[in-house]
Design a protein around this ligand. Sequence first.
Ligand SMILES: *Cc1c(COP(=O)(O)O)cnc(C)c1O
Length: 402
Amino acid sequence: MTHDTSDISGADAHGIDLSSSDFATRAIHAGQAFDPTTGSVVPPVYLTSTFVQDGIGGFRGGYEYARSANPTRDSLQELLAALEGGSHAYSFASGLAAEDTLLRAVLKPGDHVVMGNDVYGGTHRLVNRVFVPWGVTLSTVEMTDLDAVRAEVAATSAAVLWVETPSNPMMKISDIAALAEIGHAAGALVVVDNTFASPYLQQPLSLGADVVVHSTTKYLGGHSDVVGGALVVNDAELAEKIGFLQFGVGAISGPMDAWLTVRGIKTLAVRVERHSTNALTIAESLEGHPALEAVHYPGLASHPGHALAARQMRSFGGMISLQFAAGPAAARAFAESTTLFQLAESLGGVESLIGYPTEMTHASVRGTALEVPENLVRLSVGIEGVDDLLADLRGALAALDS
Ligand SMILES: *Cc1c(COP(=O)(O)O)cnc(C)c1O
């Protein structure tokens, strides 16, 4: 039995109607009714695998066994649906588990997937190394070139158009509303990986997308302490298919992970505001530095996607990539010499991180159309004091000359 989480009307259990509330209010209250037994302001973590039945089939609140549903997971799912403007959300053990479940729900052998030519490396690897051997076909396209996308989805009768914006790590911006129209005209399901923006900055369902994918590991969790993923949809039939596979395949998020993710999401609005202002300050300050061939940040007027990002996003987020004029050795030396920016994969946490995608996050796409420039370094700008972050980056730039 799958637990029905379809009643995500915005009216919360403690009687607050959140349907017209501000994002920051929903982030704190949706799915977060206080515990009715004790009044505990924070809903408890339901660390249980199963639920006592009042006689055979007598389920309390519909709960039977924790793979099918757990109240803590429901709380996260309700919150995610409220933030993305979806009717249903499902949470998973990782972003890739969410993607895998979605693709199993909507693809069959012989179907074709079109994705951007700089999507997250693991997404490409999942389709290319897992689904392609099962008879799915894959092609990549420049997602910012709408004519190219239109031609590709028509030529391949694509079943899925997979969009990621801003993209990773090139920070390209693609037009979700236009791509939704193009995908739908060709009969494709339009999926947007909203990990980099988070629902605070953009809500793809409202722009016409069919499915939002998240690695909640990143901005949603926000504290680099939990791995997770999610799918959000606005269609009952699609929700039913995903819900069945969440239960039937079982790549669920555990209650502690779901609870930590909810806890992180409460501060999403303030965190992403600060990530964005810090990143804009840094991008503006580094642009034009003689050691840098390019600073990729959609908040810069020089960025080719700037006008579109200004329309489509609330602000420009915390991710920047830098290309070094002196080549790969300079990029590597820089990535290894910052101190506040710690050398690690992942992104979206309160602490700043630096990565060398070619050999880290994007090692799996070397030699494919998704290959990342070898002189590129990616910054996940945290919410520390921006002067400290700038001093760290400037110090590492100065060290390149010595
Ligand atoms: C990290 C990431 C994923 C994969 O999520 P995991 O939680 O690591 O499985 C997917 N898409 C994007 C854009 C990511 O950054």
